[in-house]
Design a protein around this ligand. Structure first.
Ligand code: NAP
Length: 287
């Protein structure tokens, strides 16, 4: 008989819940952070969970000794809904990406996507720029809320399913667009680019954009990351935009989750290196 692997009951376990989640670099990033901080009894793993099993699996994680979990596509809104307690920001956004399993079995929800996006963007608030957010899922909600809160002059939203963009815009105080329009900043919060297509133009077309149009935005953020620049970031770089990759955002939001769970300052350079993002030497003394 094949025995299941024995889990060390003293390990402090974390993971990322998603569907799909095979692409996630969070395990490598968090393992590097534990190593850099000497946290030998912490571990982080991928948790592939389909939507129909989200609630029962998440509730079981606390009982199985997990400290917490990050939540990614497509579960961020459902994760907030099943939490027993939520931060004010997560509640206002309507989505959570960081869950903590309290001793009494309660699930606490936070959202580090919103401050993570602003940190990765690196612009001082008030932003005083216009922004267009593509998508209407959990990460789009965080982006719209963060940008409005940081003083963006206007935030518009385009989504493949327009009804979802209208509902999000109504709830959070943005404008829904029938097609992507002009703005200073473009943020892709759809999953387009996650799967590499043979023809990069096809990926842009899924976002109702052409390469020329992408080249007109001053700043372009793509939450999606891959081994190579996504078609959106390639077009943005070609057009001379200031770009922020999904890996920059991954590290920024992951560092905040790490700090919430461990109470320690996140070793951002170690995390950037492990995630494959350019290293900025932010861990150096005096920074
Ligand atoms: P989600 O809640 O499932 O939302 C997915 C969004 O993508 C929806 O707006 C959906 O539009 C749109 N979409 C899916 N397939 C599409 C297609 N073929 N053409 C056009 N639009 C399409 O997911 P999420 O949690 O917001 O995450 C979205 C992406 O951001 C994921 O790839 C995730 O990995 C990434 N992400 C990265 C970070 C990071 O740290 N780098 C953080 C958060 C999220 P419909 O409404 O029409 O279905």
């Amino acid at each position: 008989m094949v025995r299941p692997p024995r889990l060390d009951p003293l390990m402090r376990r974390l993971g990322v819940i998603g569907w799909p989640v095979a692409h996630s670099r969070s395990p490598a990033m968090f393992e590097a952070a534990f190593g850099a901080c000497g946290l030998k009894d912490w571990a982080y793993q991928r948790l592939p969970v389909p939507p129909e099993l989200l609630e029962q699996t998440t509730r079981a994680l606390g009982a199985a000794g997990f400290v917490g979990a990050n939540v990614t596509i497509p579960h961020k809104q459902a994760a907030l809904a099943l939490a027993d307690r939520a931060s004010e920001a997560a509640r206002a956004i309507g989505a959570a990406n960081t869950l903590t399993f309290a001793d009494v079995g309660a699930i606490e929800a936070q959202n580090t996507d919103a401050p993570g996006l602003l940190a990765a963007l690196g612009l001082e608030p008030p932003l005083e720029i216009s922004a267009l957010v593509l998508g209407a899922g959990g990460s789009a909600r965080a982006a719209v809320w963060a940008l409005l809160g940081a003083g963006a002059g206007s935030v518009s939203v385009w989504n493949r399913t327009p009804e979802r963009a209208s509902a999000l815009a109504r709830e959070l105080g943005a404008q829904a667009m029938a097609e992507p329009g002009e703005a200073d900043l473009l943020v892709n919060c759809t999953s387009v680019g996650l799967e590499r297509l043979a023809n990069p133009v096809a990926a842009l077309n899924q976002l109702a954009l052409t390469a020329d149009q992408v080249g007109r935005y001053r700043y372009v953020v793509d939450l999606v990351y891959n081994d190579e620049p996504t078609p959106l970031l390639e077009a943005a770089l070609e057009g001379g935009a200031h770009t922020v990759s999904g890996l920059d955002v991954l590290v920024a939001q992951g560092a905040l989750s790490f700090e919430a769970w461990t109470g320690l300052p996140a070793p951002r350079d170690a995390m950037r290196r492990a995630a494959g993002a350019p290293v900025l030497d932010t861990d150096a003394p005096g920074r």
